[in-house]
Design a protein around this ligand. Structure first.
Ligand SMILES: [Zn+2]
Length: 266
């Protein structure tokens, strides 16, 4: 019997495969057509078999589903597992939120980099200030190329509140640290050409018997600045620098240990 002569009442096995039946609704449900399909199917389920049959004729796709229980079940199942427009909107929102978060994160990271750079700059500036301050606050020896002679204490029955540093006349005499000249001139009390400097911490140094003064009252001086040349002026027994240290401008203290405590070994 030839294959093309089939005349039975049953429909030939030309129905789409089950896989295809599922794919079609899924594809449709993935678009806005899905909403229309859902409504259409809901209407079809409430209508009479005749109305459903009419729909089969007028709407081959939807009618095919509503008219065939297996297809309807498959469509329903695929809707349950499919993506509704609400899902898609949710996805879009997720993408937007994600993009916003990424942008925010990028801005935050950029800000963090900027903050870090600013902090590094501030730290460098702070380090520079501290370095400058340390330089300004350092202490130095009043003269180089000296020998210690008379020290702090009683000498010939009289208090000598100083350390004498013997050195050739004309040796540069240095400010011990940063400070202000509070006296520069001839002493009427035997100190000869005399200079007093009040330093940043309040300490006052007296340096006497100089041959020449290079500063005036009110001058700001820096550590090591040459303020005078040593000499043998006033009541002096030989060329030397007579050095007194008066903490807070008060009573004189032994210069050697005081300078040692400030990093200067005489
Ligand atoms: Zn002296």
């Amino acid at each position: 019997m030839p294959k093309t002569s089939y005349v039975g009442r049953h429909r030939p096995a030309a129905r789409p495969s089950r896989g295809r039946q599922i794919v079609v609704p899924v594809a449709l449900l993935s678009s806005t057509v899905a909403a229309g399909l859902v409504i259409h199917d809901a209407g079809a389920s409430e209508s009479s078999p005749e109305a459903a049959a009419m729909k089969n004729v007028s709407d081959p796709v939807a009618g095919g589903i509503s008219g065939d229980p297996d297809l309807a079940a498959a469509a329903s199942a695929s809707r349950a597992g499919g993506r509704s427009s609400r899902d898609l909107a949710g996805d879009a929102r997720t993408v937007i939120v994600g993009a916003t978060q990424t942008a925010t994160q990028t801005a935050t990271e950029a800000q963090a980099v900027a903050d870090k750079a600013a902090a590094a700059k501030a730290a460098a500036a702070q380090a520079q200030r501290e370095q400058a301050l340390a330089a300004a606050h350092r202490w130095v020896s009043p003269v180089s190329g000296y020998s210690l002679t008379s020290g702090f204490g009683f000498r010939w029955g009289k208090m000598h509140p100083a350390q004498d540093l013997a050195c050739p006349v004309g040796s540069p005499v240095h400010a011990l640290s940063s400070g202000t000249v509070v006296f520069a001139g001839w002493s009427t009390e035997g100190y000869g050409n005399f200079v007093k400097i009040r330093y940043w911490d309040g300490t006052v140094s007296w340096m006497a018997h100089n041959s020449r003064l290079l500063v005036s009252v009110g001058d700001e001086v820096t550590p090591g600045q040459v303020v005078a040349y040593s000499g043998d002026t006033g009541h002096s027994t030989g060329p030397h620098v007579h050095l007194e240290i008066h903490p807070e401008g008060g009573t004189a203290v032994p210069p050697v240990p005081w300078l040692a405590a400030h990093g200067v070994d005489l």
